[in-house]
Write a protein that binds this ligand. Structure first.
Ligand code: ADP
Ligand code: MG
Length: 449
């Protein structure tokens, strides 16, 4: 039997003994490369994969291969030199016939971070469009410098590298330099120690596009800022593109020299906001697919409803789900998803919800104080927040009108009934209110039981 036969047969055995998603995630991507003197060589896509196999499936693989081979065998693993790509939608659509010939791949860029794999939503549309523009015509527009800013885990680094990858692949004659501000700082310091400041300057100035991640970390580093200022000016004057990311709007950054900040503000600033519900769902679907996971829609919706802070959190929720189910050899069902999400959220998830919880959530969302929601005011926005709360209490908890009347400032039951009718109508006719109520309803209903 040749090596591919042995491995094919072993895979078939593994397939019947492992949950489907575990099989497609951890076994299907492995390919065999050779067999000699009782040694089978298998190639895995990347280092992480290798470590995962080593700690979880080493024995499984050995056992199955040995039963096929009918004898003892050593399994040797090698990591694919290219970090062989998964067959995911994003990768397929961006697969480029020239990729193989790229001998000089740019090691500063993470190849996975491409524009094609960056999911667009209303929260990041502008930043993505700016990134695309800049990467197609670096330095030629008024988008110089481009500053992409936003909170943690929003995809800033992803976009920055995507610009680099796009320039690098599309325009072979263009040079790309990409570094985090920490790397820039370290390179600078070590160049001083080694008396190689000229080389340092060259390495950052000899480029058509300079990508610097997290410029807020330049804060308080006067000499580094000085260096960066000169690098910036030289490139800028030569019409080269500069792209930076930051954790906030350049005008609000602290600990950076004014002259630097005024340079940063002179081009285009594009922000990335936290993803909204639809974008979160799209991200969960895409990330699940990339990991070979099939999730039912209620699970996707559940994750998208509760994991709200940022994309990195969404991504790690998927990875955890995968890990849990692989280890427990269990298919992913709603209760497992719930367990994982609860673990991630800790105590911030509402369990048995009460009227107070509903009012609190409405207050957080509308920025109307809880005291005002249950108070006497008839101001329009306060009355609206009150009606939303009442409506949600009715819908989710089914609280009787009379009790709601007592809770919401001693109103009689016909007022409560009226509030419910008004809301019923408004959620259908007024898009803003409809969205708000639906989002809250989804979130709160999911947390009961
Ligand atoms: P930041 O630099 O803003 O802290 P990252 O760029 O490191 O965030 O993003 C965190 C993770 O989330 C990365 O794995 C990235 O690929 C992923 N990610 C963020 N935004 C998106 C998006 N819109 N589409 C797909 N993946 C995203
Ligand atoms: Mg980052």
């Amino acid at each position: 039997m040749n090596h591919s036969k042995v491995w094919e047969k072993s895979k078939a055995r593994i397939k019947t003994n492992q949950p489907q998603h575990a099989y497609s995630t951890w076994f299907d991507p492995i390919i065999s490369i050779g067999l000699s003197e009782n040694e089978l060589v298998l190639e895995v896509p990347n280092q992480f994969f290798f470590e995962w196999i080593q700690s979880h499936y080493k024995e499984t693989i050995k056992d199955e291969v040995e039963s096929v081979y009918r004898g003892q065998i050593t399994i040797k693993y090698t990591v694919s030199p290219e970090g062989r790509k998964n067959k995911t939608r994003a990768n397929l659509s961006e697969r480029n016939p020239n990729t193989k010939q790229q001998y000089n791949r740019n090691k500063q860029l993470n190849e996975k971070y491409t524009l094609a794999s960056f999911i667009e939503g209303s929260n990041n549309q502008f930043a993505k469009a700016a990134a695309l523009n800049v990467s197609e015509a670096p330095g030629t527009q008024s988008f110089n410098p481009l500053v992409i800013y936003g909170g943690v885990g929003m995809g800033k680094t992803h976009l920055l590298h995507a610009i680099g990858n796009n320039v690098f692949q599309g325009q072979k004659n263009k040079r790309v330099v990409c570094a985090s501000s920490e790397k820039f700082t370290l390179d600078f310091i070590s160049s001083i120690q080694k008396n190689r400041t000229v080389e340092f300057s060259k390495s950052y100035r000899n480029t058509d596009i300079l990508l610097i991640d997290d410029v807020q970390f330049f804060q308080g580093k006067e000499q580094t800022q000085e260096q960066f200022f000169h690098t910036f000016n030289e490139l800028f004057q030569a019409g080269k593109q500069i792209v930076m990311t930051a954790d906030r709007y350049p005008g609000e950054m602290v600990g950076l020299q004014d002259r630097l900040l005024s340079r940063f503000s002179s081009g285009l600033s594009a922000d990335i906001q936290p993803p909204d519900f639809e974008t979160r769902v799209a991200i969960v679907m895409e990330k699940a697919e990339q990991n070979g996971l099939k999730l039912s829609y209620d699970i996707i919706e559940f994750i998208g409803t509760h994991i709200k802070t940022n994309v990195r959190e969404l991504e790690s929720t998927i990875i955890r789900l995968l890990a849990h189910s692989s280890l427990a050899k269990k298919e992913i069902d709603f209760s497992l998803a719930k367990k994982v999400v609860k673990e991630r959220l800790g105590s911030s998830m509402i369990y048995d919800i009460t009227t107070e919880d509903i009012v609190r959530r409405v207050s957080e969302t509308t920025h109307i104080k809880e005291k005002e929601i249950v108070g006497p005011s008839r101001k329009m926005e306060i009355a609206e927040a009150r009606q939303i709360s009442i409506y949600l209490c009715r819908q989710i908890l089914g609280t009787p009108f009379v009790s709601l009347g007592i809770y919401f400032g001693g109103r009689d039951h016909s007022t409560i009934l009226h509030a419910c009718r008004v809301m019923e109508d408004k959620t259908k006719k007024d898009q803003r209110v409809g969205r708000l109520v639906n989002e809250l309803k989804r979130e709160l209903s999911f947390s009961v039981n």
